[in-house]
Design a protein around this ligand. Sequence first.
Ligand code: NDP
Ligand code: GDR
Length: 340
Amino acid sequence: MEEIRKVALITGITGQDGSYLTEFLLSKGYTVHGIIRRSSSFNTQRIDHLDFSPNSRLHLHYGDLTDSTNLVSIVHKVNPTEVYNLGAQSHVKVSFECAEYTSDVDALGCLRLLDAIRSCNLEKQVKFYQASTSELYGKAREIPQSETTPFYPRSPYAVAKQFAYWTCVNYREAYGIFACNGILFNHESPRRGMTFVTRKITRFVARIKAGQNDTLYLGNLNAKRDWGHARDYVEAMWLMLQQDQAQDFVIATGETHSVREFTEKAFKEIGVTIKWRGEDLNEEGVDPKYFRPTEVDILLGNPTKAQQILKWKPKTSFEHLIKEMVEKDFEYLNAGDKYN
Ligand code: NDP
Ligand code: GDR
């Protein structure tokens, strides 16, 4: 009997989700190809622990979502059965400062990759995952948000991701490509980028536990997010591509918590009751430089469709997520801050 080829191509393999997805797909027997960017310093810390020996099933290629020729050549060479487009300028606040670049990578990058698949005549073979986001809901028109909630993007990042979302839908309808949008709500982990609020907090808490004395400066403490664990969410990405029909899914926990609550719980992990110094501009503890020109106040996902069709459920509670992040950050600190 002919063995089914399982070859995945991942953009954004060096990111938080890329690293967990790679581990997951390797454990499922896939050959995994990842696109990495040339950088003047190492950018593969999250995947360096994986097996890159000559006989391994993991291969890296230099490339960039802004480079169509390169994408066509990688897709042609790899001949993938599944493509996960996770690469992005993924920081919402940064997108206000680098709006054009963010649009190029996050919006046109998706289009370029889909066109690369078509150029290689692989649109009937490849299953395509697009990393869509709860940021599409922005100024939320309803709470909780589901697959039918109208979008209202509130940042250049979200506007770019909306372009990518609709490009996926359009290529599915126009060319029959199996393309899915995973509308993922915030998901975190000890591998989360250090400028996102959860990791910024847990790293700070680890430093306090280690005896350092400092003040944590944050932005909007009242913003509410539906926070899950990245390890659970990458399984949902894969499940979407194992269905008979390409569809879009909300992936969320169905719980929402404020930045303030996250911070208080993280401090509680080390037995410290936090003392807030104030919330007004210029008062210690809140730094207006972290405010966004337009904020997303509340995100809360309704994952019913994913539960029913994908049989997916988050495995990690909010409390456990915080505990794991604080513990790992303390470990990293003691080991010389590996993810620094
Ligand atoms: P990260 O920021 O951790 O990783 C982003 C990845 O994209 C990195 O590997 C980065 O490479 C790569 N990348 C950046 N620019 C380019 C480019 N021009 N060409 C190719 N690759 C590029 O993000 P996450 O892992 O957290 O998120 C993965 C995806 O999911 C992103 O698209 C994000 O927007 C989306 N998303 C994330 C959510 C979350 O809560 N984490 C929720 C919903 C959606 P390098 O390492 O070199 O910087
Ligand atoms: P988000 O994540 O914008 O939701 O995007 P982030 O952790 O950056 O912000 C969450 C909320 O916290 C508030 N906040 C702060 N944010 C940061 N970064 N730093 C601070 O000091 C701070 N203080 C308060 C923010 O204003 C915001 O309301 C993430 C990214 O992973 C996107 O790529 C993804 O699409 C969405 O999640 C879902």
